[in-house]
Write a protein that binds this ligand. Structure first.
Ligand code: HEC
Ligand code: HEC
Length: 291
């Protein structure tokens, strides 16, 4: 694994550590140890941030759209021809549709989606304050459906769930990804990074092997992108339908002949959190189309 220098290192805690390393040869060892302990203490007290390695520097972050063929880009840009529009229309209906004993719709509690859900999709996966669990946007919607609306459960990857998720996501169109990885989310981000760098499957490849180190190269008929999460839920031509980021991750795992995560698995959420952080600043581009 090549550890490239990264932008996060220009932030204060990290650059202070860098400075320490530079000064080290100038200070006698014993004194340096005392100095280092003292510095650690000051760093810990001064900031809640920690050293993060950006294997993909922020300045090089590119949407999957930039790697897509002209046909896919044209389809995504076509406001009427984009097949994801069908799911968007369905999502709008579901948003207004009463469900459960009280006959409430999403709209009854949340109002117009463009206002109430603006920016929401850019910050998921996120920690649910009450349960402390890491939830992705689909989890959140499923939870609202059963607990708040008391309506019938929305099945994983069902058209209704994806339609609602797409409808909520398009309220953040053009806004930058900005998940929180501090506090209780931190351990999940760390796990996500570990999963991203870990070789797996019979092909013994990590996500980073393809999406960091070989981006822009051809793999069979595909050009490898950076594996960015900013177009999800996505319309994928191969699926002939819309699918979630979780489904895309499963495809990549199957691609390297690894056992895919079970639906709802924490690992998929941790990996998604890592991807969202890795693509920080990219605009949300739903409804997106991919091959
Ligand atoms: C009875 C009222 C009610 C209904 C009906 C309802 N919600 Fe919610 N929803 C809430 C409340 C309250 C929250 C605040 C967070 C919480 O649940 O802890 C919330 C939170 C959310 C969030 C997270 C917002 C954020 O800022 O992170 C999403 C997304 C959401 N709801 C989507 C939906 C969708 C989609 C539906 C319809 C299937 C729906 N909700 C139906 C009350 C409702
Ligand atoms: C053998 C190479 C390979 C490996 C390893 C791999 N992928 Fe992929 N991945 C692909 C290909 C091919 C595509 C479709 C073309 C593209 O966007 O790169 C893809 C697409 C994606 C996309 C969708 C990008 C978009 O713009 O829609 C995401 C997200 C993704 N991969 C994440 C991952 C993650 C996370 C891992 C590790 C669990 C992983 N991939 C492992 C080959 C790989």
């Amino acid at each position: 694994m090549i550890r490239r220098p990264h932008l996060a290192c220009l932030r204060p805690p990290c650059s202070r550590v860098g400075l320490l390393a530079l000064l080290a040869p100038l200070v006698p060892t014993g004194l340096f140890a005392v100095f280092a302990v003292f510095a650690q203490f000051v760093l810990a007290a001064g900031s809640t941030a920690w050293a993060q390695t950006r294997h993909l520097p922020l300045a090089q972050v590119r949407s999957g759209l930039a790697f897509a063929g002209a046909d896919v880009r044209a389809l995504q840009a076509d406001e009427f021809g984009n097949p994801a529009q069908l799911w968007l229309g369905r999502g709008e209906q579901r948003w207004r549709e009463p469900q459960g004993p009280a006959g409430k719709s999403c709209q009854s509690c949340h109002g117009e989606v463009q206002q109430s859900m603006r920016g929401v999709a850019t910050r998921y996966p996120a920690i649910d304050v009450k349960s402390g669990e890491l939830l992705n946007l689909e989890d959140r919607i499923r939870q609202c459906r059963t607990r708040r609306q008391q309506g019938p459960e929305l099945a994983w990857e069902s058209d209704d769930l994806l339609a609602l998720s797409l409808h909520v996501s398009q309220a953040s169109r053009g806004q930058s990804l900005r998940v929180t990885i501090d506090g209780p989310a931190r351990q999940h981000w760390q796990q996500g990074e570990r999963l991203f760098l870990q070789r797996q499957g019979q092909l013994n490849l990590s996500c980073a092997n393809c999406h960091d180190q070989n981006q822009g190269r051809r793999l069979f008929t595909d050009i490898l992108s950076q594996g960015q999460p900013n177009g999800y839920p996505v319309y994928r031509l191969e699926w002939q339908g819309v699918g979630s980021l979780e489904r895309r991750l499963r495809s990549c795992l199957v691609g390297v002949r690894a056992e895919p995560f079970a639906w709802g698995a924490l690992e998929a959420r941790q990996l998604s959190l890592y991807l969202m952080w890795r693509g920080e600043g990219l605009p949300l581009e739903v409804p997106a189309v991919r091959k």
